[in-house]
Design a binder for this molecule. Structure first.
Ligand code: C2E
Ligand code: MG
Ligand code: MG
Length: 713
């Protein structure tokens, strides 16, 4: 027990107590009031008087008073020697502060307890910082544990028990964070098909700062498959140098499903859900690579519904759609599960038959299909009768890849159509070669623009009046990768038939006008040659023609007076009314109009000149060759030229091949000549060169004896 009456007041220590720069207090056991030093008073905001007065302030925060009293009690009763306590005091102004109280028992020299000395250190700042950190930690934890991702930290090579996994893991996998600390379970959760890959990734040696992303499947506790994306980074703790994986896991099941859906869409026809052309070709290619072509052929069937257009046009569009879906279903019903039906688009379907030993097997399937499709389709309240034409090809008959097989089947299908529809035909090289080549050519033609295989050659048109090159006719060439340089006669008819002439012709116009503009700029002192461009029927009928030409002239900056459009008389006479309108519109752009290949048809020259506003007539080469030097018909060409002049047309003679022809044409007043004798169609560089020396070009065949055609100098 503390001896009553013990006092420090008269001892030197008393002064030390008073002056100490740290808050101190003394408590006695008896009823004597406690004492505090001035530092303590200052700390709590009291002046000396108040602090030392008879009524001493009570500054322990009521909530902390009990603990404080209890510990003091134990000291005073001698049950402990000292204690330390973080507690709160209330300042005079009512504010609360944190102190660290260290109290101990001071004994008399005889060992009897004298009093309790308490030292109160201001730890308010430290406590506030701690509190802020704690709040921040709580905020981050809330964030980590509320966001829709699993966060984890794991020491690399450290104990699994120490790893942190946020509670969201339970939603993702069905297992609690605690359960997930079991490494065996963590591996068992990984989908068996992904396990090997994940193990290999797990065994890599890692470097601090290394980022790592992976996607894999987890089998949820309830058996569901969950796609997970794991993104993590290796961090190194400065103090311990230990490495940690720090990262998060996201549920990407929905995104994966969407991706799958997109992939499905890319390879399937949206209407019928059947594989599309891409997937079909891929499957055929795949099986061709796998099987021994000879021993284990496959068959490709190409189907085209007969007169589907009639159904589509006479019934509503939706009925047509439903019919296409129903046909797809019925086709499937005719096949084995391992066979593949695809829809190429429109009313075209293809079928891949596997395990065929002879063509007869495929023919049986074709017969079955034709029979099954005969049963009318009941769609809405219509009964629709469908027949189909089928082409069959066996992989050991038509060589090449999947695309070649498809093309061969397509050709055979065409033969079935030509033979009266509702039947099948088997591809036969001897019958189908021509059609196949045509189809191949068509295919190549479709790609020729983007593959940049077209060239424009230029054939000079020479003026017999001025002896200069007055024009350049743009003549298309196709540099085919396998067939070499192709003349337009070989592909223009096909381009015309397929409509491809429209984009091809547009390209020629762009190219020729660009070249024309270049010539205009290069030789400003001489009239630049007029560039002639041929237009075919399909181009001429295309509603966008006038707009296209106007735009091309604008884009290239070519003077419209430097462009001539060549149209054959048969094109012009095709639909006279609309021709008049189109030619009028073209004329108002300011371009020249030329009647090409005249002499091949039998139209009225005066009509062409007056109604169509043509101002040039090109006499066809064959006509020139046939009549110009024929003594029996010597009047035909002079008569034609005279007549042309009479109706206001200037004349160009085409296909001039000899000096004699040229001399004669000059005699009878023909203004322009074009032909191999003057100059052949030239690639742009050669045409350029010829033009650049144009100032000196004179056509004097008489002086040269006709041996050389163009003389420079
Ligand atoms: P075209 O418009 O009558 O062109 C003249 C054709 O006669 C050119 O044939 C030319 O090379 C050829 N030729 C020139 N001089 C002689 C000669 O002295 N003797 C002989 N026998 N032939 C000569 P090319 O280049 O084969 O063009 C043939 C046809 O293809 C052109 O006949 C034209 O109708 C058409 N064509 C050419 N390029 C185009 C084009 O860009 N668009 C359209 N739509 N058709 C074109
Ligand atoms: Mg022409
Ligand atoms: Mg011609």
């Amino acid at each position: 027990m503390i001896r009553h009456g013990a006092d420090v007041s008269k001892q030197p220590l008393r002064r030390a107590f008073e002056r100490a720069p740290i808050g101190m207090m003394i408590k006695y056991a008896e009823d004597r009031p406690w004492e505090g030093n001035s530092a303590l008073g200052r700390m709590l905001g009291y002046d000396e008087e108040e602090f030392r007065g008879t009524v001493r302030p009570n500054f322990t925060l009521p909530e902390d008073a009990e603990k404080d009293a209890e510990l003091y009690g134990e000291l005073v009763r001698g049950e402990r020697q000292c204690f330390q306590l973080e507690q709160r005091y209330v300042r005079k102004d009512g504010s609360v502060m944190w102190v660290q109280l260290s109290a101990f028992l001071v004994e008399e020299s005889d060992g009897e307890p004298a009093f309790v000395l308490g030292v109160a250190e201001d730890i308010d700042e430290r406590k506030r910082t701690e509190e802020r950190l704690r709040q921040a930690e709580t905020r981050y934890r809330t964030l980590v544990e509320r966001m829709p991702a699993v966060t984890y930290i794991q020491e690399i090579g450290g104990p699994d028990s120490a790893m942190y996994i946020s509670p969201q893991i339970e939603t993702l996998t069905g297992y609690s964070p605690e359960e997930c600390k079991d490494p065996d379970l963590r591996w068992r959760m990984v989908h068996p098909d992904d396990r090997e890959r994940m193990r290999a990734e797990d065994e890599r040696v890692v470097e601090p700062g290394e980022a790592y992303t992976t996607e894999y499947r987890v089998v949820h506790r309830d058996g569901r498959i969950v796609w997970v994306r794991n993104e993590s980074v290796v961090v190194q703790e400065e103090a311990s140098q230990s490495l940690y994986w720090q990262g998060f896991m996201l549920d990407i099941t929905e995104r994966k499903a969407l991706e799958d859906e997109l992939v499905h869409q890319a390879f399937h026809d949206s209407l019928t859900g059947l594989p599309n052309r891409t997937l079909f070709l891929d499957r055929v290619e795949h099986i061709l690579n796998r099987t021994q072509r000879r021993d284990d052929p496959v068959a490709v069937l190409f189907l085209d519904l007969d007169d589907f257009k009639v159904v589509n046009d006479s019934l509503r569009h939706e009925v047509g759609d439903q019919l296409l879906v129903a046909v797809g279903q019925r086709l499937k019903g005719c096949l084995r599960p391992s066979d593949i039906v695809a829809r190429l688009g429109g009313d075209e379907y293809t079928i891949l038959l596997k395990g065929i030993s002879k063509v007869g097997d495929a023919e049986e399937v074709a017969k079955k299909i034709i029979r099954e499709l005969r049963v009318p389709f009941a769609i809405e309240d219509h009964f629709i009768f469908v027949t189909v034409s089928i082409g069959i090809v066996l992989s050991d008959v038509a060589g090449g890849g999947a695309a070649d097989l498809l093309r061969a089947a397509d050709v055979a299908m065409y033969r079935a159509k030509n033979k009266g529809k509702a039947r099948y035909e088997v591809f036969d090289r001897s019958k189908d070669t021509q059609a196949l080549e045509r189809l191949e050519l068509e295919n190549d033609l479709r790609k020729a623009i983007e593959r940049d295989e077209f060239r424009v050659y230029y054939q000079p048109v020479f003026s017999l009046v001025s002896n200069y090159i007055a024009g350049m006719e743009a003549l298309l060439r196709w540099e085919h990768p396998k067939r070499g340089m192709m003349s337009p006669a070989k592909f223009i008819p096909l381009a015309e038939e397929t409509g491809l002439i429209v984009p091809i012709g547009r390209w020629v116009l762009e190219e020729a006008c660009r070249q024309g503009r270049e010539w205009q700029e290069r030789c400003p002192t001489y009239p630049a040659p007029i560039v002639g461009v041929n237009l075919s029927l399909r181009q001429f009928q295309h509603p966008g023609l006038v707009g296209d030409i106007a735009r091309i002239l604008r884009d290239t900056g070519l003077d419209p007076g430097n462009l001539a459009l060549e149209i054959t008389e048969s094109v012009a006479m095709h639909e006279v009314d609309s021709t008049v309108a189109v030619l009028g519109a073209l004329k108002s752009l300011g371009v020249w109009l030329v009647i090409d290949d005249f002499g091949m048809g039998n139209s009225s020259l005066s009509y062409l000149a007056s109604q169509f506003k043509m101002e040039h007539l090109k006499i066809d080469g064959s006509f020139i060759r046939e009549y110009l030097e024929d003594p029996n018909n010597s009047a035909i060409i002079p008569g034609l030229i005279d007549f042309a002049h009479a109706v206001g047309l200037r004349v160009i003679a085409e296909g001039v091949e000899t000096a004699g022809q040229l001399r004669r044409l000059r005699e009878i007043g023909c203004e322009f000549v074009q032909g191999d004798y003057v100059a052949k169609a030239l690639p742009p560089a050669a045409a350029n060169e010829l033009l650049m020396t144009r100032a000196m070009v004179r056509y004097i065949p008489e002086q040269r004896g006709g041996g050389e055609n163009l003389c420079i100098g």
